[in-house]
Design a protein. Structure first.
Length: 145
């Protein structure tokens, strides 16, 4: 590695293997279908001021309410611990990026606002990146416990 690359703001690039490229975007509907098959891979979900964290005794339930709004529930046994009802009417796209220091984890941000000033409305941190085929051993309808 040459000194010119290393001297730029102290940045030293490291090789890494990822399933999607940094900044990959996808439409919300496609992301939601994939997320339903990978709900057991959610590590964290939330908004700017609310975070739901996965725990060993919890599981994630994803559905749509009567108005067809996506709903994310964190459940302990049969007890609803927390719920996010997503208003995705203004979501422009979903952006996938590797989590810094996240051991293969990926953050998926649901980006809203205007095209000139987009911002993250909701986020999901997943145990892995987006796989096009949707196949996953832990996916489907089963619980992780």
């Amino acid at each position: 590695m040459d000194g010119a690359r290393r001297s730029r703001e102290g940045y030293i690039p490291r090789p890494m293997s990822v399933t999607v490229e940094t900044g990959t975007t996808l439409p919300f509907d496609r992301f939601w279908r994939w997320l339903e098959a990978h709900r057991n891979c959610i590590l964290r979900a939330g908004t700017v001021d609310t975070f739901l964290h996965d725990q060993e005794a919890f599981h994630w339930h994803l559905e749509q309410d009567a108005e067809r709004n996506p709903v994310v529930q964190l459940v302990w046994g049969k007890l609803l611990v927390a719920e996010l009802v997503l208003d995705v009417r203004d979501v422009l796209y979903v952006e996938a990026t590797p989590e810094e220091g996240g051991q293969g984890q990926f953050q998926f941000e649901l980006v809203g606002g205007s095209k000139e000033e987009p911002y993250a409305v909701y986020h999901f941190v997943m145990a892995h990146g987006f796989e096009e085929d949707g196949a996953h051993a832990a996916g489907g309808g089963g619980l992780k416990h």
